[in-house]
Design a protein. Structure first.
Length: 305
């Protein structure tokens, strides 16, 4: 259910056809509607004409005479479209963000304040262990879009936080660009959730992500509970991809068990990588810091800090 909600947040339009969401998962869509996280939002009057001549999106229009939505097919015949087929819904961001931060002491308006219309909101402040003062929180969506990212970068440049700022996002971690403005911590909601099936963010997981240097328990290497952060001799390495974290989890489980050596092909398969991703250089494309603690030879791989 939460996966579908975050996907809906990443959609280009704020209004989505309910029937399209049903095709993805009827049960998850209905559960989000029942929880009022998805609310009615008029209609998205686009259908696919399916006669002998057309198989492309068509605009459905309202006929006052026939009191229905519909379109004319290639023969000129009026084809009625049922209201439920083009009914739309949208995410209630106020409720969604309240549920994300339910475990925190939060101050601010009851509804998020738009900073960039339909893309970036100011949520208020939360108390976070390790912070000297209440931490401002924003929410942003579609950060994988270069245009949206440019707007966020400009905004945080104009509005620097006094200490730190948390920017929660529905964008998957591997699609979030790196920012040079390090006092802003841009974090995918799913990466800090206390339960994968719920929206509520864990204060402990979020604190470890924002203040990683305060929680290293084992030396020379340690990691966060979700393997998104690896701490190696005082250096902090962050991994945003779900598959990368799954792979690191397999390797660390073997490392802590005392039998660190794994078959590379097996680890890649169990982490969800396809046949085309047959080397760690492809898994961690664009970076080399993983080489400081992951070793491989003769079809085997292991953690060696």
């Amino acid at each position: 259910m939460i996966d579908l909600l975050l996907r809906a947040m990443e959609a280009r339009s704020m209004s989505l056809q309910t029937s399209a969401l049903h095709q993805f998962s009827r049960s998850a869509t209905d559960a989000l509607i029942a929880a009022k996280l998805l609310v009615p939002s008029g209609h998205v009057p686009v259908v696919v004409g399916m006669d002998d001549y057309e198989d492309e999106p068509l605009e459905a229009t309202w006929s006052a005479e026939l009191k229905s939505f519909g379109y004319h097919d290639s023969t000129g015949r009026w084809v009625k479209v049922a209201n439920q087929d083009i009914a739309a819904c949208r995410v209630d961001y106020g409720l969604a963000l309240a549920k994300m931060l339910v475990a925190f002491e939060r101050a601010g308006p009851s509804r998020p304040t738009p900073l960039v219309s339909d893309l970036i909101w100011e949520v208020g402040t939360i108390k976070l262990a390790g912070a000297k003062a209440p931490v401002p929180v924003w929410f942003a969506r579609r950060l994988g879009d270069p245009g949206v990212w440019a707007q966020l970068e400009a905004l945080i440049g104009r509005k620097p936080p006094q200490e730190i700022r948390i920017i929660l996002t529905s964008t998957p971690g591997e699609r979030i660009p790196a920012t040079a403005q390090k006092r802003n911590h841009i974090i995918n909601v799913a990466d800090v959730a206390g339960d994968p099936a719920k929206l509520a963010i864990s204060p402990q997981v979020l604190g470890a992500r924002v203040f990683p240097g305060q929680v290293q328990r084992r030396f020379p290497i340690d990691h966060s509970d979700d393997y998104g952060i690896v701490r190696l001799r005082g250096e902090t390495l962050t991994f945003g991809s779900d598959k990368q974290r799954q792979l690191l989890g397999l390797l660390f489980d073997a490392y802590w068990s005392g039998s660190p050596v794994c078959r590379t092909a097996v680890v890649l398969f169990e982490a969800g990588y396809g046949d085309s991703t047959n080397a760690f250089s492809k898994v961690f494309s664009g970076r080399d810091d993983w080489r400081s603690f992951i070793k491989y030879a003769d079809g085997n791989c292991w953690i060696e800090p």
